[in-house]
Design a protein around this ligand. Structure first.
Ligand code: AMP
Length: 309
């Protein structure tokens, strides 16, 4: 559950945006939105410590939309760039922009690996104001001359800690080196450890820091349980089946440490009558997207996945 405090009207957003926010069903800002939005509207660089589920996407998308509403993108020169470590997060950010730009004439394009380059090139020809991208595909497009970075006024680095874990920092640094030095930079991360702070030193200028949850804390609604099993992996699978059979499961994600364990576990569960599907980075992007959509709609109840989920 998202904690809510004051009203969106207090944050300095435009009437068009307030209308879109209301239509999205957001009645009050979440704490990260309340703290970030006024600072971003002021033009400050920001380091936000917030996890997924806190409303962090709208914490940057809303003020970015209002800032960009005062201008227009030139040919293949977007004005804001949002970097995401995963394709799925990029899609979620895109959905958020679609919802929040309902009353604006701002366009955005999504550049992610595993999907058609020509489609994405066509999207760039529409001169999007915002580009939401994973680092590799963005560099690829840039190096092919499909977009220019000289017009970027705002850079958002989302889930910086995951960028670090996934080895994307060299790409992020290369991307940052192609951007104008005078710009606004917003960095979001679930944790703000030493390496993230070093990154912030490299990319941000005199940033304001906002935090809504202590590093590595978990949501209040989550219960942790550890189950010890004597024989590995046979007893582990039996224990998992026992847990699942004992619950009235509406939806469940089972994470595996290694990709190769995913299909083994899925086959084993299916043999025991559990309708399980899998989700991991070795699947074709369209299969990943379809599987995720089926999980979200409730068609798939049980998803065995890697951290890509
Ligand atoms: P995020 O942390 O950005 O992934 O957002 C988590 C979820 O919270 C998304 O489904 C958002 O649509 C939703 N959300 C974001 N801001 C608000 C808000 N102010 N009120 C209610 N829901 C929100």
């Amino acid at each position: 559950m998202i904690e809510q405090t004051q009203s969106f009207e207090d944050l300095g957003l435009s009437p068009e945006l307030l209308k879109a926010v209301e239509e999205a069903g957001y009645s009050n800002p979440t704490p990260i939105q309340e703290k970030s939005i006024p600072l971003v509207l002021m033009g400050r660089d920001l380091m936000g410590c917030a996890q997924t589920g806190t409303g962090k996407t709208a914490a940057f998308s809303l003020p970015v939309i209002d800032i960009l509403s005062h201008g227009q993108a030139r040919a293949r020169m977007p004005r804001a760039l949002v970097l995401s470590p995963t394709r799925e997060l990029a899609q979620q950010i895109s959905e958020n922009f679609t919802t929040c730009t309902k009353n604006h004439s701002l366009g955005h394009a999504v550049l992610i690996g595993g999907e058609s380059m020509p489609d994405q090139e066509r999207a760039l020809l529409k001169n999007p104001d915002v580009v939401i991208a994973t680092p590799g595909r963005l560099l690829d497009m840039f190096e092919r001359g499909k977009l220019m970075m000289g017009g970027i006024k705002i850079l958002v680095i989302d889930e910086a800690d995951r960028m670090l874990d996934m080895g994307f920092i060299p790409d992020v640094k290369r991307i940052a080196s192609t951007l104008p030095r005078i710009r606004q930079t917003l960095l979001f991360s679930a944790t703000l450890g030493g390496e993230i702070r070093a990154l912030a030193d490299a990319f941000l200028i005199n940033p304001k820091e906002v935090s809504v949850a202590p590093p590595a804390s978990i949501a209040k609604t989550v219960t942790h349980t550890m189950i010890k099993v004597p024989k590995f992996p046979k007893d582990k699978r039996a224990a998992l089946r026992r847990i699942m059979a004992g619950e009235d499961l509406q939806s469940a994600l089972v994470f595996c440490n290694r990709k190769k364990d995913i299909s083994v576990l899925r086959s084993s569960l299916r043999k025991h009558g559990f309708e399980a599907e899998e989700l991991h980075g070795d699947m074709a992007q369209h299969n990943r997207t379809e599987t995720l959509a089926a999980y979200k709609s409730g068609k798939i109840k049980l998803l065995i996945c890697s951290d890509v989920a």
